[in-house]
Design a protein around this ligand. Structure first.
Ligand code: GLN
Ligand code: ZN
Length: 767
């Protein structure tokens, strides 16, 4: 039996890589210093795994920005627009690499970055490869080879990890019409072969091909391509051992394909799809080894050894020990580095902490499981098993987790609770009392979180400002923002969200059942990290969360101030969640807590309430067959949160840039009175889904992009509004920016919103 790790977090135990990259980008340090930091992190990671006793240790899982971009550079798929940098003798490979990742504005050049999108259903973003019809590939960067050389020099039994050729192509985007990216494989394969030859020459014995697409819905052509590609690769390598790694889903209908590939090891994710083990065991040929992904690489809970051992025993019973590998379910990239770094002054209670494991702890879990599965586990390891059992048992029955009242309330929630009193047509009449004009203007919630605002919060947390002082500063900022919105003539105002650090953290901190870490950073993209809250127990709302600020803001003005909440699906989606009950149930508990907040806001005189759900689409399961089930509970959760109010109270929701075509019925089922969406960069094209569907409720397509400091002209926005009117009746339209303004400066925000209000007036005058 062997152990291996699919990939390790690379941001560094104290986010060294983030700091090193940002310093380098700011021109404060040299490339050499950055590379030294990178080498140091790789070495630390390898040593840690070696010490834990891992048999096959990944290399090339390290990246300065993104592993997909690394592959793009390796195979030389460099888009045309970077040619000038690529061929400039004064630029290094690192310059080119970061230009592709972040864009380039220097030396008279102005080149946009490559697109970024979410890595499967995680919160990690990768850089999307761009393919042209006559796409050529060549071995361009030797980063992967160097990673292997360094690891071997350090005495590490290293296994290079690369993105498999088909997953690489499937992740990419066709930048012109008239070809299928899968057909590029003919050009791509020779580069993979050249690369593998070099890796073999440098001493590689195993190669891990990451092929998560092999666990997703594949069409016949893609399935055929898998057969051909791996047969071709096999022809060139008789000794090199191939690990084909699937994760995030089960191989399911691709089972016969997966077990027939001429690989040496197949890795399967038994966390996401435990039920696939039996079938795989039935069909696995004697030439293939099986890697059991039994430690959750996507969550932070301690492994239940007893349960994992059952999987191992079952596999051993059919296959013997020789052909079994033990591993986490996927790369550990998606979880924080080290639970020990939480320290003693941690904000995490010791009881909750003992239920958790981060990347480092999970590496040790892998080796412990191997020892436990051996014929004669020694005394120490049996002791560990006993401790593990204790922790698992303690978590199961802990009063910290279980709240009978919350459980009953969720159990007794009925269809009725997910239903507004009246249909939209009736509510629309009742909401006339809001006396809003045609093309009403509003914003999505946040106003600039300036350095000062963030500074106040930091000082307050450090105890340098009293609660009263902090409160006073926030009140002044809120009042200023209300006055300014009144002055420029916005119709539905917002308070600005100055009191919030983050749209999920702010609520998590006030809800029961959430815990926070001090150092639980996870890479989101490039040098950006997030620290997701941990939902460990039954969720409820001990006290109102936003009423104070909304009530204060409303007291300042005769105009309506919109209450501002984050929706249940988004809170769920952006947290580490419980693994001891279905996501749907956790989501329902959050929904009920938000519902209480919504009704309290109404009682406090707030008549317009927005429940943001930017993450509803990204929560879609990877397999289409599971979409409807997810959408059913997700939409219901939103409806539970929104349905406690009277007809005259207007519920808004907001979603960031997303394609709505395939889920428009579900969006309509959410039945928000008003939905605002990100639309401007698509030139209102995203609105077509609503138009074709004849979406009945009101809708605010974003008329300007908030991701850039550029100030849009009134004319531009008028034009976009005309485009919107061409497909949606004017009585249904709102006028707003694409998203919240928290990352913008006041200067551009002021100009843009003044122009936006003028654009709305012009549109209504012309109507
Ligand atoms: N209300 C939030 C804000 O304005 C919404 C942010 C989001 O959708 N991502 O910042
Ligand atoms: Zn948004």
């Amino acid at each position: 039996m062997q152990t291996h790790i699919l990939g390790y977090p690379r941001i560094g135990s104290t986010r060294e890589l983030k700091k090193a990259c940002e310093q380098y980008w700011a021109g404060k340090t040299s490339a050499r210093e950055l590379l030294e930091t990178g080498d140091h992190i790789s070495l630390q990671n390898w040593k840690l795994q070696q010490e834990a006793g891992i048999d096959l240790i990944p290399c090339n899982d390290f990246s300065y920005y993104d592993q997909v971009l690394d592959m793009t550079l390796t195979v030389g798929a460099i888009p045309e627009r970077y040619q000038e940098i690529a061929s400039d003798a004064g630029s290094t490979e690192l310059d080119l690499y970061f230009a592709m990742a972040r864009g380039y504005q220097k030396n008279g050049l102005d080149i946009t970055a490559m697109e970024m999108t979410k890595w499967f259903d995680s919160n990690y973003h990768y850089i999307v490869p761009e393919f042209s019809k006559n796409q050529q590939f060549r071995l361009f960067s030797d980063k992967i080879i160097n990673a292997l050389i360094s690891a071997r020099q350090a005495g590490i039994n290293a296994k290079p990890v690369i993105i498999g050729p088909l997953t690489y192509l499937l992740l990419g985007k066709e930048k012109e019409d008239g070809f299928d990216k899968l057909d590029l494989v003919q050009n791509l394969l020779p580069v993979y072969i050249e690369l593998l030859k070099e890796l073999e020459r440098q001493g590689a014995t195993y190669i891990q091909f990451d092929e998560p697409f092999l666990a997703l819905d594949l069409n016949e052509k893609a399935k055929k391509a898998y057969e051909l590609v791996y047969a071709e690769l096999r022809k060139h390598f008789t000794n090199l051992k191939f690990i084909v790694a699937t994760y995030f889903e089960g191989v399911k209908d691709n089972l016969s394909l997966a077990v027939s590939l001429p690989a040496d090891v197949l890795h399967i994710d038994l966390i996401r799809c435990p039920e696939q083990l039996d079938e795989v065991l039935q069909h696995i040929p004697p030439t293939l080894s099986l890697s059991l992904g039994i430690i959750d690489g996507r969550n932070i809970w301690k492994n239940d050894f007893e349960k994992s051992l059952q999987f191992i025993r079952k596999a051993v019973a059919t296959m013997g020990t020789e052909r079994i590998f033990i591993a986490p379910s996927c790369s550990l990239l998606h979880i924080p580095f080290d639970l020990d770094a939480e320290g003693n002054e941690s904000i995490l209670s010791p009881e909750i902490k003992q239920w958790m494991a981060f990347a480092k702890q999970k590496v040790y879990e892998v080796t412990s499981l191997k020892k436990l599965a051996s014929e004669n586990p020694d005394y120490h390891i049996l002791q560990q098993l006993a401790e593990n059992k204790q922790a698992i048992e303690n978590r199961k029955v802990s009063p910290l987790i279980h709240h009978q009242e919350v459980k009953s309330r969720a159990a007794f929630t009925t269809e009725n609770d997910a239903q507004r009193n009246s249909p939209f047509s009736v509510r629309k009449q009742a909401q006339k009392s809001l006396q809003l004009p045609l093309f009403p203007t509003t914003t999505i919630g946040s106003f600039p979180q300036t350095k000062e605002v963030r500074g106040w919060r930091a000082k307050f947390k450090r105890g340098e400002l009293t609660a009263a002082q902090y409160d006073d500063l926030l009140k002044r900022e809120t009042e200023r923002t209300i006055r300014w919105q009144e002055e420029i003539g916005i119709d539905v105002l917002v308070h600005g969200e100055f009191e919030r650090n983050d749209m999920v953290e702010y609520f998590g901190e006030q809800l029961a059942g959430f815990a926070f870490t001090q150092n639980g950073w996870v890479q989101s993209y490039g040098s950006r990290c997030v620290k997701p809250p941990v939902i460990y127990g039954d969720v409820h709302r001990p006290h109102p969360m936003t009423v104070y600020w909304s009530e204060y803001a409303q007291s300042l003005t005769q105009k309506w101030v919109k209450g501002m909440l984050t929706g249940p699906v988004t809170i769920l989606q952006w947290s580490f969640v419980r693994d001891d009950q279905p996501r749907s149930l956790t989501c329902k508990q959050i929904a009920l807590a938000i519902r209480d907040e919504v009704t309290d806001l109404e009682k406090a005189g707030i008549r317009v309430i927005q429940i943001d759900e930017p993450a509803i689409r990204e929560g879609l399961p990877l397999r289409k067959s599971e979409w409807q089930q997810y959408l059913k509970w997700a939409v219901e959760a939103f409806r539970i949160s929104a349905s406690g109010v009277g007809d005259a109270t207007q519920i808004h929701t907001h979603m960031c840039y997303s394609e709505f075509n395939d889920i428009i019925q579900n969006i309509a089922d959410m039945d928000a009175d008003v939905i605002t969406i990100e639309c401007s960069r698509s030139q209102m094209e995203l609105l077509n889904a609503f138009a074709d569907f004849k979406y009945p409720n009101e809708i605010g397509p974003g008329v300007y992009d908030i991701h850039s400091p550029r100030v849009p002209s009134k004319e531009e926005m008028v034009r976009l509004l005309k485009k919107a009117q061409a497909v949606i009746p004017a009585q249904q339209l709102w006028v707003n920016p694409d998203c919240g303004l928290k990352t913008r400066h006041w200067e551009e925000t002021e100009k843009a919103l003044i122009a936006m209000v003028e654009a709305s007036r012009e549109a209504s005058a012309a109507y």
